[in-house]
Design a protein around this ligand. Sequence first.
Ligand code: MEV
Length: 325
Amino acid sequence: MLVSAPGKIILFGEHSVVYGRGAIASAIDLRTYTEGKLLKEKIIKIHANDLKIPGLSISFSEEEIVLGTDYGKAGFVVSYVKSAIEKIFTEYGSRKGFEISIKSEIPVGAGLGSSAAVVVPTLKLLSELLEMNLSNEEIAVMGKNVEIEVQGSSSGIDPAVSALGGGLYFKKGKIERFSAPNLPLIVGYTGEKGSTKILLEKVKALKEEYPEILENIMDAMEDIASKSKKILSENGDIKELGTLMNINNGLLEAIGVSTKELSELVFASRISGALGAKITGAGGGGCMYALAPNKQREVETAIKIAGGIPIRTKTTDEGVRVEHK
Ligand code: MEV
């Protein structure tokens, strides 16, 4: 059986969402594929060659699953898979042997939800193989619990986007899904990832020093997110969406989460014809994205020349799905 699930992009509201304002994320058409079958033996085999886990085998006793190897970054992904397997076995009530192959189109560590996009199709695949038939909503919740176990905390956004697909507006733990397919985006990856923890601390410190100014900035970010949600869900004027992206980016610059590399990619995109360009995610490195409906090639080239890695994608309504049985 083959299952796939999408990665995600934060379109608006990073950082302000931490302070109770609304944010928008969307599924993108870069997907992770998990293929697998049940085995008679009590062994779990994981193959994930493009994640640099060459045919890793995991054995398990009745009590625990034992991981034999740690493969750096890929080993990190495996800890998500291990937790996902444990969650499914707990829900199912017993353990089964199986084999699973993971292939991903999503760069690891670029803030595009690569971990959730591995967890979600793994949960779905096992749920189908074991005939548990968990709903996508249940898988989103289970995915959040996996993230809490592995990383200590989770807003649940990445697994929710990956499981449900579409655009999600989230505010104070509440999630509203809307349809927003086919928005053409170019993601520009700086090639390095900022530490979300450090960036959150930096914004918090600035907010403690200038509470009123930062509250006003967060309110402006909230206005942008709610206006953008209306445009996206009603198929409105994407030129206006571009303008809102540019304003939002200015506000992210103001709270200190941009870097020279990110700014260069943002300006290179705008100069080469993007309607808007902004940081996505925590900043301090990582990615920006540009909205460039008729200038995709130009923007890709400009990002490359400015030292970034362009990734062409678009928003999608397709969440986790069974490709074939
Ligand atoms: C990071 O991808 C997004 C932040 O808003 C942090 C968070 O929401 O947990 C910066």
